[in-house]
Design a protein around this ligand. Structure first.
Ligand code: PEP
Ligand code: MN
Length: 338
């Protein structure tokens, strides 16, 4: 349920209303936008007398939300959420580029790649320490020592970092990580979502391998209902019948999500196609479709990468893509941090 508050309300009246709603056992999400003030009610609203609320002086309108996702719903929060990562803003008219290797392999590798992508325009460094691999015999990541190397790269370059969590038991290791990534395979690991939500840290939530947009937003809801409000959604391709590409990039998800939710949306063109030569066209298509950013896998030696070499691009190819993105950004009314 949302309660739209009249523009000329008195603060005291609003405070009283919020207090009264909370007494009904419902959580309140207050959204003060440039054009409207909205109270989003989360939880079991069946006991809230809608006619009574409608009759109040300060209330302009009351509506029930049909969609099962509430906190993530655009109706709850008409303005875009801006997720601020150490001054780098995701959402609104901002455009950010996250880049780095699929997995952290050595100190030299992560620091070399970090410096190169930063120079080319990336604002956040990615790198997996815990890797979700299809085969138990494949490289599983450097785990805790990989996280330490990523933190070292953060220190050397000043770049905030994003890395994937796979288990609730690892949460303590992520305290200095700027954005916790929930990977496609864990999008519906509800216990993990809840625990990560309790950390209040920004989260990069990837779309599941074969999940609908509504299921994806329900996963965001799991995180948000525990406390973390700073969620960045990441479209990374979904499984279809097409074997030429690793996945199929769902470009229509981008403009659709912008209608349904206030959360920022970025695209991962690397996992979406699995092919390094498609990273550039898919990046540009994502900019055109209105994405708030990109996450691109970059490796200094893709041929010898321990994970996802076929979809990784070299730093100089990454720099070329950023140059082309810069040509497009004014057309979609977005700005990249310089
Ligand atoms: C990744 O980003 O490293 C990753 C494993 O991606 P996904 O969860 O989208 O497969
Ligand atoms: Mn990868």
């Amino acid at each position: 349920m949302i309660i739209v508050i009249k523009q000329n309300h008195e603060q005291k009246q609003l405070d009283n209303l919020i207090k009264w709603v909370k007494q009904q056992g419902v959580e309140v999400d207050l959204s003060v936008g440039s054009h409207s003030t909205i109270l989003g009610l989360v939880g079991d609203t069946s006991k809230v007398d809608i006619d009574l609320v409608r009759s109040l002086d300060i209330v302009e309108n009351v509506k029930r939300i049909q969609e099962p996702f509430k906190c993530a719903n655009r109706k709850f929060h008409p303005d875009d959420t801006i997720v601020d990562i150490k001054g780098h803003k995701f959402g609104g008219n901002n455009f950010q580029i996250i880049a780095g290797p699929c997995s952290i392999e050595s100190e030299k590798q992560i620091i070399e790649v970090a410096k190169a992508v930063k120079k080319a325009g990336a604002t956040v460094l990615r790198g997996g320490a815990y890797k979700p691999r299809t085969s138990p015999y494949a490289f599983q990541g450097l785990k805790e020592s990989g996280l330490k190397l990523l933190l070292k790269a953060k220190e050397e370059t000043g770049m905030p970092i994003v890395t994937e969590i796979m288990s609730v038991s690892h949460i303590d290791q992520f305290k200095d990580v700027d954005i916790i990534q929930i990977g496609a395979r864990n999008m519906q690991n509800f216990e993990l979502l809840k625990e990560v939500g309790k950390t209040n840290k920004p989260v990069l939530l990837k779309r599941g391998l074969a999940n609908t947009i509504e299921e994806w937003l329900m996963s965001a809801e799991y995180i948000m209902s525990e406390g973390s409000k700073d969620i960045i959604l990441c479209e990374r391709g979904i499984r279809t019948f097409e074997p030429y590409t690793r996945n199929t990039l769902d470009l229509s998800a981008i403009p659709l999500l912008k209608e349904l939710t206030h959360l920022p949306v970025v695209v991962d063109p690397s996992h979406a196609s699995g092919l390094s030569r498609l990273v550039k066209p898919l990046s540009l298509a994502s900019v055109g479709a209105g994405a708030h950013g990109l996450m691109i896998e970059v490796h200094n030696d893709p041929a010898h990468a321990l994970c996802d070499g076929a979809q990784s691009i070299r730093p100089e190819q990454f720099a070329e893509i950023v140059e082309q993105i810069d040509v497009m950004l004014p057309l979609v009314d977005k700005q990249r941090d310089l």
